[in-house]
Design a binder for this molecule. Structure first.
Ligand code: 5GP
Length: 223
């Protein structure tokens, strides 16, 4: 008697979706460098993009509208909240930050893996909306390393740095809400661990069923 389950086709997801990843960290943990490395080293067939958020914070030197962020004023941001244009949004360091629905939904539908560089408040909102999201928290290797990275960046005032050091602890206290933790001591090692998380997500059953639909179908065809 055959025990091939007739449910196979019905349990298969209907749409090819990309994977959604959240990457959070206290500022100065080296999160941005890590994400840039992942995107730079990805092969062309691994379609990955970093979502560009909206923010009311002023651009830092060298930042361009539409590249690092969409820089908007308070009125425009609040208008977007009213229009329900955000997938998530939060106030961080006295400014609004938000991921627009437009920034992610089309990409996921096209099968692109999307990275959200957001804080713990945004991460919570995204997890509530999408239980399939994979969340990663990046830790600095020590308080000293964190401090020197914040100072070394040379883009913010002392007051801002002090404020961010205080906020770092509060951000780290939420690390236990995440699926994975990467300690960013050695960039190469951290990069390997990041890649391993992405690879593991890609070979999950749901994703493999979509990617290898014809393989499953031919292997299961009556002989
Ligand atoms: P920065 O001003 O240094 O670029 O970012 C400050 C903090 O805001 C970082 O922790 C960053 O992850 C977070 N952030 C950036 N974009 C978003 C967003 O769209 N939503 C949320 N919730 N946080 C964000």
């Amino acid at each position: 008697m055959s025990d091939i389950t007739p449910d196979y086709k019905f349990s298969r997801p209907a749409f090819p979706l990309g994977n959604l990843f959240i990457v959070a960290a206290p500022s100065g943990a080296g999160k941005s460098t890590l994400i840039k490395e992942i995107l730079r080293k990805s092969s062309p067939e691994q379609s990955m993009q970093l979502s560009v958020s909206h923010t009311t914070r002023k651009p830092r030197k060298g930042e361009q509208n539409g590249v690092e962020y969409y820089f908007v004023d308070h009125a425009e941001f609040e208008n977007m909240i009213k229009q329900d244009a955000f997938y998530e949004h939060a106030e961080v360091f006295g400014n609004y930050y938000g991921t627009s629905k437009a920034a992610i939904s089309d990409k996921l539908q096209l099968g692109v893996d999307v990275f959200l560089d957001i804080d713990w408040q945004g991460a919570r909102q995204v997890k509530n909306k999408n239980p399939d999201v994979i969340s990663i928290f990046v830790l600095p290797p020590s308080v000293e390393a964190l401090q020197s990275r914040l100072v070394g960046r040379g883009q913010d005032s002392e007051e801002v740095i002090a404020k961010r050091m205080g906020a770092a602890q509060s951000e780290i206290s939420h690390a236990n809400e995440f699926d994975y933790v990467i300690v960013n001591d050695d960039l190469e090692q951290a990069h390997k661990e990041f890649e391993a998380i992405i690879s593991a997500q890609r070979v999950r059953l749901r994703n493999q069923q979509l990617r290898h639909d014809s393989l499953f179908t031919s292997l299961l065809a009556p002989k």
